[in-house]
Design a binder for this molecule. Structure first.
Ligand code: MRU
Length: 357
């Protein structure tokens, strides 16, 4: 089945599928400068929490690879600046900071063991590619755990785009749907368009259609109507950051879907990697919410659709844990009380972060 490739490390540089141009055009951008990677993340060439993490890791590796530093000391100074630039791109998705922390750890190990700059550059490139590779395995495991919770047949709903485009694997929420579909479950996906940036209409509809998974595109204000119909068997969305108590930040609109799902007795699930946990935050009140440009609300493809008035554009909202029936991760399924279940999953030893020179 078709799996989109939003990002790739190549000899020419970091190649990204330009998601701003989908579905009209499949065009690619190649970056050799980490500043350009930071701009690409900020401007949504690549988006979706885990994919942003992969992009940040590759940006960090690119910065090291193209550095003209002549000593480890000079490179260390530059590397701090590289990480700071990448960290300032988007505030909500914690995968970005997770990936940068991992790249910093690797840089530390490498520079402790060698002062050979070529070796350090190679080691950083390898680490970024390893993070990318792991995403696929992570998504597949999430998909296997989550698929069990999908109905044998009928409608399921998602929000935004939590597919391959958003994770650089097979997708988190869409990965669950994909695995369930491949197991023979006869699913039909309801895709809210996800105003204002239209990740549902432009990206999820494109991915599902290319993958041959049946779907119906709906506008965001149809969500309640469909959840009340008695025909939706489950809702599954991704996450940008999950606090210690299970409160979950995801694309704006997710909260109202979760409330309406509970009201209509439709189970609401989150599918997300452990890298999306932020157990340092006690609850969702502490999650920073990105405010994007008002022009994304007042304009569509450059065309003004509202008068010149103030417009709000919080890119994410927080769904309180009480609306979430279960959280699917690569290490298993967390259920309430999330404070204990999330910590238990996070504490499983991570062999994959073991470092080598
Ligand atoms: O603003 P975006 O497009 O980066 O927001 C993406 C989402 O909210 C996704 O649902 C989330 O990152 C989970 S992706 C697997």
């Amino acid at each position: 089945m078709y799996v989109a490739q939003p990002i790739e490390w190549t000899d020419r540089g970091v190649v990204m599928l330009d998601q701003r141009r989908l579905p009209a055009e499949e065009s690619y951008c190649t970056y050799t400068d980490y500043h350009e990677v930071a701009k690409a993340i900020r401007e949504m060439v690549i988006r979706g929490a885990p994919a942003i993490g992969v992009a940040a890791a590759m940006g960090a590796a690119l910065g090291v690879q193209y550095s003209s530093a002549k000593s480890v000391e000079a490179l260390r100074g530059e590397f701090a600046e590289i990480c700071e630039t990448l960290a300032k791109t988007r505030p909500t998705a914690v995968d970005l900071f997770w990936a940068l922390e991992r790249m910093k750890r690797r840089f530390g190990h490498l520079t402790e063991k060698t002062s050979d700059l070529a070796k350090i550059k190679l080691g950083m490139a390898e680490e970024a590619q390893r993070i990318h590779l792991e995403k696929r395995a992570t998504d597949e495991a999430i998909g296997r755990f989550g698929a069990e919770f999908m109905p044998r047949e009928g409608q399921v709903m998602t929000q935004c785009n939590a597919g391959a485009l958003a994770t650089a694997g097979i997708g988190s929420a869409l990965g669950v749907i994909r695995v369930a579909f491949e197991q023979g479950r006869k699913l039909h996906v309801l895709v809210p368009e996800t105003r204002p940036y239209l990740q549902g209409a432009r990206l999820t509809a494109w991915e599902l259609h290319k993958g041959g998974i049946p779907l119906t595109l709906i506008t965001d204000n149809m969500v309640g109507h469909f959840l009340k119909s008695g025909k939706v068997g489950a809702v599954v969305t991704g996450a940008d950051r999950i606090a210690a108590n299970g409160d979950t930040a995801n694309k704006i609109g997710t909260y109202q879907i979760a409330v309406l799902a509970k009201e209509n007795k439709v189970p609401f699930y989150i599918a997300a990697p452990i890298s999306t946990f932020d157990l340092s935050l006690p609850d969702g009140e502490h999650i920073p919410i990105e405010e994007r440009s008002a022009a994304e609300v007042t304009h569509l493809k450059g065309l003004r659709i509202a008068p010149d008035v103030p417009a709000a554009n919080p890119a994410f909202d927080v769904t309180p844990a009480r609306y979430i029936v279960a959280i699917f991760t690569e290490r298993g399924v967390a259920r309430a009380p999330y404070k204990e279940s999330l910590r238990a999953l996070a504490e499983v030893p991570q062999q994959h972060v073991a470092s080598r020179v």
